[in-house]
Design a protein around this ligand. Sequence first.
Ligand code: FRU
Length: 481
Amino acid sequence: MTQRYKELYRPQFHFSPEEKWMNDPNGMVFFNDEYHLFYQYHPYGTTWGPMHWGHAVSKDMIHWEHLPIALFPDELGAVFSGSAVVDWNNTTGFFDKNQPGLVAIYTSAGTYPESDRPLQQQSLAYSKDNGRTWVKYQGNPVLSNVSITDYRDPKVFWHEETQKWVMVLATGQTITIYTSLNLKEWEFASEFGHTAGSHDGVWECPDLFALPIDGKVKWVMIVSIGDNGKTAEGSRTQYFIGQFDGTTFINDYADTTVLWLDYGRDNYAGVCWSDIQDGRRIYLGWMSNWRYANQVPTEVWRSAMTLPRELSLAATEDGVRLFQKPVAEVCTIRKEMKIYTNEASTIPLTFSLMEINIEFEKGSSNQFGFVINHAEEEKTVIGYNVLEEKLFVDRTKSGDNSFSTSFPAIQEAPMKLNHQRLKLQVFVDTSSVEVFANDGEIAITSLLFPSEGSKELLLFSHEGTTKVLNLTLTELNSIWK
Ligand code: FRU
């Protein structure tokens, strides 16, 4: 038997469960010096099934310790996605004096009595021992609406200005906002999104949070949209930027504006950690796509998370946009860095887990970038198309594509060069690449299934010249012992 975490395709510096199926990150919260990660988990199979909350903790969001399953299905149904908060002021009354604890708010996904019609309701569980054991609230469910079938994925936060808990909930093709004083009784506040953004699929897994920009505050709403089986992209994630007053979210942009969080196929259902005390807003996504998540060619386990990413807002030519960068804690896996100054276009690799930092300056070429050669006939191309002004990641020849006709793809992002320059930060793991362009303005997250580790880097510049201003390769460590 292959040793755990040494299996073919096993990510080495991304979180994946020891075994069996995982999807969305859930209940991410920072408490008592630990980052908690719960996740949609099916402990009895490597495909989606009755959902539990798996659990892991970390000191740095990079190295993880697996813990026993936190939440199991009950008479209200399976445990779908949701969030967790620290109830600092014991608004729920679940805790003892001066001993705040964790409250999880999740979707109980069941069926109507004596029928198989789906019924999704919101429930609570709480923990007094740093998330190690959980008690389900006796008054569950705390929020129901029998007229909406897709009614799920509560993300809750404390809104300081109005002194209330706020919940954003996916409600079919909209996000509904509820407020509460005690997490147990919820009041309807508003509904957002009937005509805004993309409605290509069911709306899922919302998040809502504030970020600073130019001395002011803007609110970002993240909304994942499910796979409709029609568009090439499958499931993907959009976001909105606007204002929020504790009751209503107002989009700054026209309804027709669609802002994508990631232009790769494999970043879905992501949300941010609650209660991080240092002011950072940190996001984690599920690194897969409902189009083929159940078919990817891994055996013992299925799915991994993206790298945790710090979010920020910045002005661009097109308006304010969400930027993302891997958290500073990735430094904990960096080994030796090699700086390349010569003009060689072929670089043999002595390691295959790596971070590539490269900056190009446009010359006369109409397409430039680099190829990562994995095994014979297996390569991934990362480049920029000057005429179309597009960054791309081509995985059509990266490795095993056989499991889904939707998998082979050239993933493209519209992007302008910055003063003729393109700066890329690329993380290459055993079965994924994450590309961050121009300091996090654009992200492309992509799974790949090469049969071997990367062997060689090949710089290219089609029909003309391109200058490589700098190139460094940093070997990365595995996070698993
Ligand atoms: C998103 C999602 C959620 C749901 C969960 C079920 O990927 O469909 O809407 O709560 O997965 O596992």
